[in-house]
Ligand binder design. Structure first.
Ligand code: 13P
Length: 253
């Protein structure tokens, strides 16, 4: 059995005050960590404060990106060493917005995934096709290539701890969710690819999330699918009530 994982990606939303209020509101309502992993990936500027706010709750805090370097003259960057030092547990790697606006690639994602593991962080590696690629029937090939390059060189043990988020780019922030069947089909392709690159047991333990306009109204159907083990959620994770509903659905899956 794979433990469900619901992660909110706040992107560049909320002030520190709003973030603190959110965590205080959800703190008592987060399902037990034996049932579900609940994560909020917040802007870097208030990660340290949120780790403290969530101290007595099963809620874990994640970053939205990081440098692959441990330290150095990289103005504006944040390293995995700095993240683990303040108690951050997860980090999103290779989100499509990072790829689109900040020149991230499968190669840089691979370096960051390895750096995350080297410092005890759990990476959430994002993959997903554009609308054009989907319409051209290239979804499977695109996602397989992203997975193969993104996880290149990982140990089997790391594969079993990794989280991969399948986020079709056309479904992000658009209100267009992939159907649960379509999402499951691609998550199945991801799992099969990992099985081919490693072996079945490692692929069976790998957790795969779907992301793209997930809402409380759509989460149950998605979580009912064979290959979907959770969700990476933007808009619907910003409001405490909505996030708690997603966690409840995840914990009953
Ligand atoms: O990009 C996403 C999560 O990483 C999805 O965002 P939305 O849930 O707002 O579509």
């Amino acid at each position: 059995m794979r433990k469900p994982i619901i992660a909110g990606n706040w992107k560049m939303y909320k002030t520190a005050t709003e973030a603190k209020q959110f965590v205080e509101e959800v703190n008592g309502l987060v399902p037990d960590s034996e049932k579900l992993d609940a994560v909020i990936c917040a802007p870097a500027i208030f990660l340290a404060q949120l780790v403290v706010s969530a101290e007595n709750s099963p809620l874990q805090i994640g970053a939205q990106t990081m440098s692959e370097e441990d330290e150095g003259a990289f103005t504006g960057e944040i390293s995995p060493v700095q993240l683990t030092d303040i108690g951050v547990k997860y980090v999103i790697i290779g989100h499509s917005e990072r790829r689109q606006y900040f020149n991230e690639t499968d190669e840089s994602a691979n370096k960051k995934v390895k750096a995350a593991f080297n410092h005890g962080l759990i990476p959430i590696l994002c993959v997903g096709e554009t609308l054009e690629q989907r319409e051209n029937g290239e979804t499977g090939a695109v996602v397989e290539a992203q997975v193969e390059q993104g996880i290149s060189g990982l140990t089997e043990e790391q594969i079993t701890q990794l989280v991969i988020a399948y986020e079709p780019i056309w479904a992000i922030g658009t209100g267009k969710t992939a159907t649960a069947e379509d999402a499951n089909e691609v998550c199945g392709i991801v799992r099969k690819k990992v099985a081919a690159l490693y072996h079945d047991e490692a692929a069976e333990k790998l957790r795969i999330q779907y992301g793209g306009s997930v809402k409380p109204a759509t989460i149950d159907e998605l979580m009912g699918m064979e290959h979907i083990d959770g969700a990476l959620v933007g808009g619907a994770s910003l409001e405490a009530g909505s996030f708690v509903k997603l966690l409840e659905a995840g914990s009953h899956a």
